[in-house]
Ligand binder design. Structure first.
Ligand SMILES: Cc1ncc(COP(=O)(O)O)c(C=O)c1O
Length: 403
């Protein structure tokens, strides 16, 4: 019955749309005996189910009809005001509700930004490695990638400057995750942030700052957003309720101080989905508007993930052979392991599945897929004893391959 859908009938961009490695892997993890460090899931047992249920009841009682009606593309006003107030309080940026557009997850923000900026063959500058979901979103617009050299403190400013100086044409934008990055857990050092913003300003390259993890900080606050260092319009900021509260609501936001760009993004969104779920926006707002409740919830999330990170780091130290290296992220949900001993983590993956543990091999996170010695481990989604057991299994698989 698939006569119409011959590959040559599909748009050219589909050639680049491959199923994500992570999604494919989540299929393996349906087996409860397999310990998964592979997904990017928040801890489901921490979701504030009762409070969201109460928020939903309040919304239905007080504004049920509005919550079920079509709405404006930008998003409901109360929520945009909440986002702007939080940005002012946390990052000291002078934004208001008119700078904010509500999206269906920050993943939609990535897609919309790509739609507005990218023609086939355009260049996107990004960290190396970078968030796979962003590469996937941009791939639909057939760009080429300019990977910017990154170290444990994020993008190296001098390397970015060199890359821009040699680029012809210049990238359409720079994409980065400055806090507790996915996949590496790295944070762009505070002192590098104004430098990166200044380099981009010199070359006229806008920045797309994706910040799903900034609120999930363990020891100290994340440094101020790049947005706070930028002249109006140079940085677009993506925030999301997915890791703060729950991803199933699909409530996220773009902060777009550039009015012309904001108009283009809103028009692109209108074409994509008219607007994000009015119902979800009101329910999310009815939950987060109580500042003390949100703070209490975030503190629980931070303390839980921090204990899980500590358990993973302790297990790695106890179990791994000397050629394996990892970092200790200051927040978020992931850490990055470099295996060494010439082991390719895609090959390791096959062995690890047999030993009952999975992770995400590093190669797809590199835009040019040119490094195979890394892996992303998620520590947020399971209790400490499972983390301990999973790392023991992983160490066994590594010893098999690397000796
Ligand atoms: C860096 C990054 N950006 C965006 C997203 C997408 O998040 P959302 O649920 O808001 O679409 C994720 C999800 O894991 C992420 O890690």
């Amino acid at each position: 019955m698939d006569i119409l859908v011959k590959p040559q009938r599909l748009a050219r961009r589909c050639e680049r749309l491959k199923p994500s490695t992570i999604r494919e892997m989540l299929k393996v993890t349906q087996n409860p005996d397999v310990i998964s460090f592979g997904g990017g899931l928040p801890a489901a047992e921490l979701f504030p189910v009762a409070e969201i249920s109460a928020a939903q009841d309040r919304v239905m009682r007080t504004r049920g009809a509005s919550a079920l009606q079509y709405s404006v593309t930008d998003g409901v006003t109360e929520l945009r005001e909440w986002v702007a107030a939080r940005m002012r309080a946390q990052h000291g940026v002078a934004v208001d509700a008119d700078d904010v557009v509500i999206t269906g997850g920050s993943q939609q923000g990535l897609d919309l930004y790509g739609r507005v900026f990218l023609d086939a063959g355009d260049i996107v500058a990004l960290e190396n490695p970078s968030y796979l979901g962003a590469i996937q979103a941009f791939d639909a617009f057939e760009p080429a990638y300019l990977p910017a050299e990154s170290d444990e403190n994020g993008i190296v400013p001098a390397a970015l400057e060199r890359a821009f100086a040699n680029a012809d044409p210049l990238p359409k934008f720079l994409y980065l995750v400055a806090n507790y990055e996915n996949p590496t857990g790295r944070t762009l050092a505070a002192e590098r942030r104004p430098e990166i913003v200044a380099i981009c300003a010199r070359y006229g390259v806008p920045i797309l700052e994706d910040d799903p993890y900034g609120e999930i900080a363990f020891e100290q606050h994340a440094p101020p957003a790049l947005l706070s260092h930028a002249a109006n319009g140079a940085v677009t900021y993506l925030g999301t309720g997915s890791k703060m509260v729950a991803p199933g609501l699909r409530v996220a936001w773009m902060v777009i101080p550039d009015r012309t760009l904001r108009e283009k993004i809103v028009t692109a969104k209108q074409g994509a989905d008219l607007h994000s779920s009015t119902y979800a926006q009101y329910v999310f707002h009815a939950y987060v508007e109580d500042e003390a409740r949100l703070r209490g919830h975030l503190n629980t999330v931070r303390a839980t993930y921090r204990a899980r990170r500590d358990a993973m780091v302790a297990a790695l130290a106890a179990q791994m052979p000397a050629h394996v290296r990892w970092n200790v992220p200051g927040g978020g949900m992931f850490l990055w392991v470099t295996v060494g001993a010439g082991i390719d983590t895609e090959e390791l993956f096959e062995h690890a599945v047999r030993d009952g543990v999975v992770f995400v091999p590093g190669r797809p996170f590199y835009p040019h897929r040119d490094r195979g010695d890394g892996m992303r481990l998620n520590f947020s989604a399971m209790p400490e004893p499972r983390i301990d057991e999973g790392i023991a299994r992983l160490a066994t698989a590594i010893r098999h391959l690397g000796g």
